[in-house]
Structures are given as C-alpha cells and as structure tokens.
Ligand binder design. Structure first.
Ligand code: PMP
Length: 443
C-alpha cells in the first residue's frame, strides 16, 4: 500500500506530483475521536474526517442501521415513480431538524456540492415559475466555499478553485468576505465591516439590476475560507437586503448544519431564516455520502401550486439512497440522544480559548477565529506586523509535528483549521492543544 500510494490514486485537492513525493497518510482504523494510520500511530482527529464526523467513529447505532438496510434494500431508484421507507422517514427527520429555520421540504443528494447545485438550480426555476425569468444571476461572498461542481465553483469565492476551470457559469458576482484580518476596507471592527459589506452588496445589486438576481448564497460561518466568523449583525443585514430586492437567500450549511456551531443550524445562530439550505456532512456524520437541499414553505409553495413547469428535472441516481437514508435516520437520532450541540459549545470555547493562550506564546499566530462551537481557525504568519502569510514548508512542518505529537489538524492555505467530532471530551481537546503547541514550537 505504501509503495503504490498516490501512484494510481489521484489525491483530491492536491498536486499529483506533490502527492507522489509526500504521499498522503494512510488511515486504516478509527474509534471514538481517534484515527490510526498504517504504522499504528493513533491521534485525535481534530478535523472530524472533513468537518463531518460529528458523532465520532464508533457509533454502533449507525453501523447497525446501515447494515440492516443493506440486507433489506441496498438500493432502489427514487426516480420514475418509486421511493423507499427510509427516504420518507429520513426526510421527516431532516425537516424536523430545520423546522425552526422555516424549512419545509427536503431534496436528497449525494453530498454538499450536489446540495449547493440543487439550491442554485431550483432558485432559478423558482423565479421562472413566478414569472420572473430574468432572475438568473447569483451573488456570493469572497472566500466562500460551495463545492466543486460548475455552479458551486462559480459562486466560490476562492480563485484557486476557479481559475483552472474557467469559463464558469456567467452571471456570478462576489462581494467582500467579513474577514477582519485582511479586507479591502482595512476595517478591523467586525460591526463596521458588516456595514461596509452591506453597502458593497447594495451597490452590486443596483449595478446588476435587482430584477436579474436569483439568489445570494453564503455560509453562516465561512469554513474552508479560514473559519471566518462574521459580526452578529452580518447575516441579518444580508437577509434584509435580499428581502428588499426579491432575492432568495441560500444558507450553505454543509459544515454549520447539525450542531457544529453549538446550534442546530448556523443561520439560527444569527437569528436568520433563509429561503433554502444546503446540507451534507453531519447529516450522516460521514458514515454514508448523503446531502440534502431544503426549501422554505415560500419556495415549496411556488413549485407545488404551479402547472407542468413546476416539475423538478434534477436529481441524482443516489438521491434518497435507502442505505444513505438509513444512515441519516440513525445519525439524527443519535445526534439528539447525545445532544452533541450542547457539547459543541463548551468544548468549542475550550479549544478557542486554548488556542488564544497559545497565541500569547507563539509569535507566528496572527489571528485566532472561532468561539461558536467546534470550528476554529488559526492564521499563521511569518511576520505579525506585516501579516505575511507563512511559507508552505513551515506550514507542513507544523502539521507533521502536531501529528506526531497526537493530533491531526487541517492545513488550509496559510491557516490551520479544526473541526473535531462534537462528541470530543475535555481531555481530548487538551491533547489537540498540546499537539498544536509542539507544532508551533517546531516552526
Ligand atoms: N459547501 C460547503 C460550505 C462546504 O464546506 C463543502 C465541503 N467542504 C461543500 C459545500 C461541498 O461539499 P462536498 O465536498 O460534500 O461536495
């Protein structure tokens, strides 16, 4: 396995040559919040798989549900007039989770990118059905991550995920991110920055003509962009602008949904009800690839009361996959039973405050972001005054040393991102902090 690692296998999100020179770690086993590699080295998984393993790795209830469904009905299409009991029950469970956010209908997908794509497509169709076919454009935030399909990449706010795949979908416009550490306004006050971005959004809408814009998509807390936590007024301001211009608001909750922020949805955290939500990850805690796009009553009604045009000609072979749906039901039951949301708050605070303490000790820490559940981002710089991003080699050394010292963290562009399972204990958070300390010392 070691010899063939990265030979036939192309590793996602990386250079094939770089992967051959520095082969990806081979993870063979996982239990609780710990993962073990092919050499038998065990560490706390501070990444939670990829922001998704909310319940940890040894949830017997999900494993049993998935196995039982494999026996009864491993697959049947949800196209062409058929469905399955697990899908009906899973849709009921997912809707119940987000009822407080105003969500009433559930469309199953195979992951986060599919859920985003579903929202973008149905947003356009919604406006057509309402007699406004000119509303086709999308607004989004810089530094946002919305998956890799062409629609999602088009609203993506990071050039690295866009540039090689141009031309993307026309009619997508990006406004500044609520990123206080670096922004075009040189504004470090998050409340003032929120106001400035709201003004930019108004300007862009006026420039584009409001009657051409279908939807605005944002993450309540930007994840892959570096855990960017906006001021509490930010999402409500965006909601208000959307309302005034007839623009749908899509809350991309692929990371923030199902308790990661210490609330069941990110939008709820900021007191906002979106029109659509894209979800995945925590929906099965990584035990099966599933996502879901959710629609508010306002959106659903337009489809459900329309004529033939209301038909949804969109879906995936694995939409409402019975085994995936069984994983969803078991995962959501366990999520409630273990009340992971209640643990995410205090453990998130412990991690955030622990990293803030490390920032007093290590000069390479430029900024620490988090404080809302178990999403923490650490910006690493080679010079604090000029905020010069740390070089890639040093970033790798931090990552590797932390791994050897007991924690797998995620290496972002110039940052370290963490999203451990929501079931993590106080002692395990301390292990992550000690491993980071070692990593920073090595840098
Ligand atoms: N949206 C957001 C906010 C995400 O973080 C991600 C994945 N990290 C996606 C969409 C895409 O999800 P997937 O990788 O499951 O396609």
């Amino acid at each position: 396995l070691k010899e063939n690692n990265a030979r036939q296998l192309w590793h996602p999100m990386g250079h094939p040559r770089e992967s051959q020179e520095h082969p990806p770690k081979i993870i063979t086993k996982a239990h609780g919040v710990k993962i073990t590699d092919i050499d038998g080295h065990s560490v706390v998984d501070a990444v939670g798989g990829l922001w998704c393993v909310n319940l940890g790795y040894s949830n017997d209830r999900i494993k049993e549900a998935v196995s039982a469904q494999m026996v009864d009905l491993p697959y049947y299409s949800a196209f062409a007039g058929s469905t399955n009991p697990a899908a009906i029950e899973a849709a009921y469970a997912v809707q119940a989770f987000f009822a407080e956010d105003g969500m009433e209908r559930v469309f199953f997908t195979s992951g986060g990118s599919d859920s985003v794509e579903t929202c973008l497509r149905l947003a356009r169709q919604y406006h057509r059905l309402r007699g406004e076919p000119t509303r086709t454009k999308f607004l989004s935030l810089k530094k946002g991550y919305h998956g890799t399909h062409f629609g999602g990449a088009s609203v993506n706010g990071n050039n690295r995920f866009r540039i090689n795949y141009e031309p993307l979908m026309p009619g997508c416009f990006h406004i500044p991110s609520p990123y206080t550490y670096r922004n075009p306004f040189h504004e470090t006050d998050p409340a003032k920055l929120a106001q400035l971005i709201a003004q930019s959004m108004e300007d862009e809408i006026a420039f584009q003509d409001p009657s051409t814009i279908a939807a605005f998509i944002m993450e309540p807390i930007q994840g892959a962009g570096g855990v960017i936590v906006p001021h509490e007024t930010f999402m409500p301001l965006m909601r208000d602008i959307c309302d005034r211009h007839g623009i749908l608001m899509i809350s991309d909750e692929v990371i923030t949904g199902f308790g990661r922020t210490g609330d069941w949805s990110g939008a709820r955290h900021w007191g906002v009800q979106p029109d659509m939500m894209s979800t995945a990850k925590g929906i099965t805690s990584g035990y099966f690839p599933v996502g879901a796009a959710l629609m508010s009553g306002k959106v659903a009604e337009v489809f459900e009361t329309s004529g033939a045009d209301g038909g949804i000609y969109h879906g995936y072979t694995y939409s409402a996959h019975p085994v995936g749906a069984a994983a969803v039901i078991a995962c959501l039951e366990e999520t409630l039973r273990l009340d992971t949301c209640a643990n995410a708050g205090p453990r998130g605070t412990q991690l955030f405050e622990g990293v803030q303490a490390l920032a007093q000790k290590h000069d390479i820490i430029g900024d620490v972001r988090g404080g809302h559940g178990l999403m923490t981002g650490i910006e690493i710089v080679s010079d604090k005054a000029s905020k010069t991003p740390m070089d890639a080699e040093t970033m790798k050394r931090i990552h590797q040393t932390a791994y050897e010292a007991g924690a797998m963290v995620r290496l972002g562009m110039h940052n370290i991102l963490m999203s451990p399972p929501l079931t993590i204990s106080e002692a395990e958070v301390d292990t992550i902090l000690a491993a980071l300390d070692a990593g920073f010392a090595a840098a």
